[in-house]
Design a protein around this ligand. Structure first.
Ligand code: PSV
Ligand code: MN
Ligand code: MN
Length: 388
C-alpha cells in the first residue's frame, strides 16, 4: 500500500495555470449573467487569479488571451502579476472574433486573410518574448458547416503552411501548442478535429511544437486517457486544458462531471512521465463560470486536480504490474480502484497547513472578505471573453 506520506513530496511539484477569461463574465448564447465584482481590466483578472494562488499555493501562472487581455505595456502587466505573487503564462491567440475569419483564418482560401491571421500570431509571439512566456496556444475555430462548402484537403495544406510560418518565429525557449476540437463553432468539420490531426501538424513542424489536449473537446465516450498515453508515448503532449463536460464543450469545473475520468487521465499522466518538475506537460484550466462565483469556482477546480493527482500517485505500481503480469484481471482493477476510492482530503488539509496554507482554501477565501470588496469596488465589470 502506498501511503500519503510517500507521495507528499511529489505534490510540491503541482502547478496549474489559470485562464484569465475564467474570471470574466461568460455565458451561453441564451444569456450572459453578470456577477458582482467582475473584473473590468486585465489587471483585475490577474488580481483575482492571484487570490486562487494565495489560498491554494497551486496556481502560480495566469494564461492570457489576445486581444482580450491586450494592454499598452505588457512588461508592466507582468510586473503587476509578479507583485501579486503570480506570473503571466501561456499566450492564447484569437482568430475567431473578426468578420474576416468567417470562412477560416490560418486555413482561409484568401492569402491576405491567412497572412492577417499569421501576423496576429507574430504579435502573440512578441508578447510572449516580452513577458517571458513559454507557450503559444493555438485553437482555431476554422471549419465548415456543410459538406462541399470547402475543400478539406486544401484547407489542411494551407493550415500546414500557415503553422510553419508561425513556428519559424517561435524562439528557443518557446513552444507552439496546437489544440484540437471536434466541433463548434463549425458543425460539419473542423480543421483540427482530433489528436491525430494536431499530432500530424505539429510533428511536421519540429520539437517545439506540441499537442494541447482540452478534456472537453472529445466526442462522448472517447477514451481520453488512451490519447494521453499515446501522446506521452510519442513525446508530444504539451499541455492540458482541464475542464469537464456533460454534453458538449461545457467548460465546467474540472472533475465535476466525471471524477473517475479525471482520475484515469491523471493515472496515465503519472505513468507516462507527464507529472513532476522535469515534465514538459503544462497543466492548465480552460473553464468558464456562468452561474457560480468565479474565484471560488477556480479554487474548487485546482483542488479537484490536486486531489485527483494525489489519488493517481497513490496507485501501487509494483502491485499493479504484478497483477497485470499474472493476468489477475480483478486484482489489477482492484488496485486501481483502491487508489481512486481513497479519500485524500483530510491528508491534504493537514499537508496544506504544514506548508502555511489554509487547510480549507474554500472556507479561507469565503472568510477573507475579498468577494464583498470587489463587488463594492467594481461597477459594471464585463471584461472577459466569452459572450462579454
Ligand atoms: C473554444 O472551444 C475554447 O474553449 C478552446 O478550448 C480554447 O482553449 C479556449 O476557447 C480559449 O480560446
Ligand atoms: Mn481549450
Ligand atoms: Mn473549448
Amino acid at each position: 500500500m502506498v501511503q500519503f506520506s510517500d507521495i507528499a513530496a511529489d505534490l510540491e511539484a503541482q502547478a496549474i495555470e489559470l485562464p484569465s477569461w475564467a474570471f470574466g463574465n461568460s455565458g451561453t448564447r441564451f444569456k450572459v449573467f453578470g456577477t458582482p465584482g467582475t473584473p473590468r481590466t486585465p489587471e483585475e483578472k490577474i488580481a483575482d487569479a492571484a487570490q486562487v494562488n494565495k489560498h491554494t499555493g497551486l496556481s502560480p501562472k495566469v494564461a492570457i488571451h489576445i486581444p482580450w487581455d491586450k494592454v499598452d505595456d505588457f512588461g508592466a502587466l507582468g510586473r503587476y502579476a509578479n507583485d501579486l505573487g503570480v506570473s503571466l503564462g501561456t499566450v492564447n491567440s484569437n482568430t475567431f472574433q473578426d468578420d474576416d475569419y468567417k470562412f477560416g483564418s490560418l486555413t482561409h482560401i484568401d492569402p491576405v486573410i491567412r497572412q492577417k491571421a499569421i501576423d496576429h500570431h507574430y504579435e502573440c509571439i512578441d508578447i510572449m518574448s516580452e513577458i517571458g512566456s513559454k507557450d503559444l496556444k493555438v485553437w482555431l475555430a476554422d471549419g465548415t458547416n456543410y459538406p462541399g462548402q470547402g475543400d478539406l484537403r486544401g484547407r489542411q495544406d494551407r493550415l500546414a503552411t500557415s503553422l510553419a510560418a508561425i513556428y519559424d518565429r517561435i524562439g528557443e525557449g518557446q513552444r507552439l501548442v496546437l489544440e484540437y476540437k471536434f466541433f463548434e463553432p463549425a458543425f460539419y468539420h473542423t480543421d483540427v478535429p482530433d489528436w491525430g490531426t494536431s499530432y500530424t501538424q505539429v510533428a511536421a513542424l519540429g520539437d517545439r511544437a506540441m499537442v494541447c489536449l482540452d478534456t472537453g473537446h472529445h466526442a462522448p465516450g472517447t477514451n481520453i486517457e488512451f490519447i494521453v498515453m499515446q501522446l506521452l508515448r510519442l513525446g508530444k503532449l504539451g499541455s492540458f486544458d482541464f475542464n469537464s463536460r456533460f454534453y458538449a464543450d461545457d467548460d465546467l469545473i474540472v472533475g465535476a462531471a466525471d471524477p473517475f475520468q479525471l482520475f484515469r487521465i491523471l493515472v496515465e499522466v503519472v505513468r507516462g512521465g507527464g507529472y513532476g518538475p522535469s515534465s514538459p506537460v503544462a497543466f492548465m484550466l480552460d473553464q468558464c463560470h456562468n452561474v457560480e462565483d468565479k474565484i471560488p469556482g477556480q479554487i474548487r477546480s485546482v483542488l479537484n486536480v490536486q486531489e485527483m493527482t494525489a489519488r493517481a500517485l497513490l496507485v501501487d505500481r509494483p502491485a499493479l504490474e504484478a497483477a497485470q503480469a499474472a493476468g489477475d484481471v480483478l486484482g489489477a482493477n482492484g488496485i486501481l480502484m483502491d487508489a481512486f476510492y481513497t479519500d485524500v482530503r483530510p491528508s491534504l488539509a493537514a499537508w496544506r497547513e504544514s506548508r502555511g496554507l489554509p487547510a480549507d482554501p474554500m472556507a479561507a477565501y469565503a472568510a477573507s472578505g475579498y468577494q464583498a470588496t470587489i463587488a463594492a469596488a467594481r461597477a459594471g465589470g464585463t471584461q472577459a471573453g466569452w459572450g462579454a
